[in-house]
Design a protein around this ligand. Structure first.
Ligand code: AMP
Ligand code: ZN
Length: 119
């Protein structure tokens, strides 16, 4: 579960498994969700293997802040309509009861005209 060697999203961030890339810098990577729940649906991840938000400590505060600040920029670039009439949903599932299936910290960014598949 916390093994980066067998982690799907580590492999995607490293380019070892193909994805539809949205963004990349030294520490962050974003790619389209393979099963989109909204017209725009991408995942924003740290390149470093952090299993979930439950494992993020004070040393990750800057990284998490940069993820959150990047989300609105990428949302607009990917076609979400501007706030307040448009906007987007930002979701971090954590643990089994939080609905987390892939155990590499990721933020879902979903947007576009309603209705969506979920929500
Ligand atoms: P979560 O339930 O929050 O762990 O979400 C995992 C998300 O990863 C789901 O929305 C999946 O559709 C998505 N996903 C799984 N495998 C891939 C993949 N190879 N490429 C892109 N998205 C994926
Ligand atoms: Zn990983």
């Amino acid at each position: 579960m916390s093994d980066s060697e067998n982690c799907l999203f580590c492999k995607i961030a490293a380019g070892a498994i193909p994805s539809r890339k949205v963004y990349e810098d030294d520490e962050l990577f974003a790619f389209h969700d393979i099963h989109p729940a909204a017209p725009v649906h991408f995942l924003l991840i740290p390149k470093a293997h952090i299993p979930s938000l439950a494992q993020a400590g004070p040393e990750q505060a800057g990284l998490l802040g940069r993820m959150m600040v990047l989300a609105p920029r990428l949302a607009i670039e990917q076609g979400c309509n501007p706030y307040p009439e448009g906007g987007f949903r930002t979701l971090i599932n954590t643990g089994a009861e939080g609905g987390q299936e892939v155990h590499h910290l990721h933020a879902h960014v979903m947007g576009g005209p309603r209705p969506w598949l979920k929500g």
